[in-house]
Design a protein around this ligand. Structure first.
Ligand SMILES: CC(C)(COP(=O)(O)OP(=O)(O)OC[C@H]1O[C@@H](n2cnc3c(N)ncnc32)[C@H](O)[C@@H]1OP(=O)(O)O)[C@@H](O)C(=O)NCCC(=O)NCCS
Length: 184
């Protein structure tokens, strides 16, 4: 039987992204659904894993999103236009990150069968629409990945990277980043 404490824990866990996605009900619902699946695989035993399997199938088929429940994602994740987002189960994201439509963070399997691995990102990293990040690399905190960028190498903290393959075109001064970041 579920204890009240666990229920409170579940409520807090499921709503951890809710307020930062205010005004975007679709994003709020996707993230609550994702966090419920995350909670279920960690605390729900076999029924939780069954729910998580249903979550993955339903979310892929009907929402066209792959946010695996095993992902490590910090709080206050923001989604703008939650469509076509695909994250490898090994991805790790810090707190306050932003994902826009059609972001892919994935692995590459070489012809010899070896894998390049998957990326991690620090806090407050912003991923532009349609960007693709592949390989075992790190995107530093507060970095901004441009729309349609193909990221194959590390990005420094506060870096701005654009293009295919992506290049770091600027590293912002933390005190003077131009406003207007991280909106849909
Ligand atoms: C990358 C990004 C974060 C940079 O924003 P910024 O910090 O204000 O920087 P700037 O606009 O000055 O761009 C820096 C340089 O990168 C170039 N650039 C910006 N975005 C680019 C992109 N997507 N692809 C290629 N080059 C790009 C700019 O032309 C500029 O080049 P220049 O210095 O030669 O003039 C922003 O352009 C971006 O792509 N954000 C994602 C937006 C998005 O996905 N919107 C979808 C809404 S539905």
């Amino acid at each position: 039987m579920t204890t009240p404490g666990r229920q409170q824990g579940l409520l807090r866990w499921v709503t951890q992204d809710w307020s930062v996605n205010a005004g975007y009900l679709d994003s709020q619902l996707v993230l609550a659904w994702f966090r419920a699946a995350q909670w279920a695989v960690r605390h729900g035993g076999l029924p939780g894993r069954v729910f998580a399997a249903f979550y993955s199938l339903f979310t892929s088929l009907f929402w066209s999103i792959e946010l695996p429940p095993g992902l490590e994602v910090g709080p206050r994740l923001r989604l703008y236009h939650p469509h076509g987002i695909v994250l490898n189960p090994g991805v790790r994201l810090g707190a306050d990150c932003v994902l826009r439509q059609n972001v892919t963070i994935g692995n590459v399997v070489r012809r010899d069968g070896t894998e390049k691995g998957v990326a991690s990102a620090g806090d407050a990293v912003e991923f532009g629409a349609g960007c693709v990040v592949v390989g075992s690399l790190h995107v530093g905190s507060h970095a901004r990945v441009a729309a349609l960028a193909l990221v194959l190498r590390d990005v420094p903290a506060w870096g701005v990277c654009v293009g295919n393959p992506a290049e770091v075109v600027r590293v912002d001064d933390p005190g003077h980043r131009r406003p207007g970041a991280a909106v849909g």
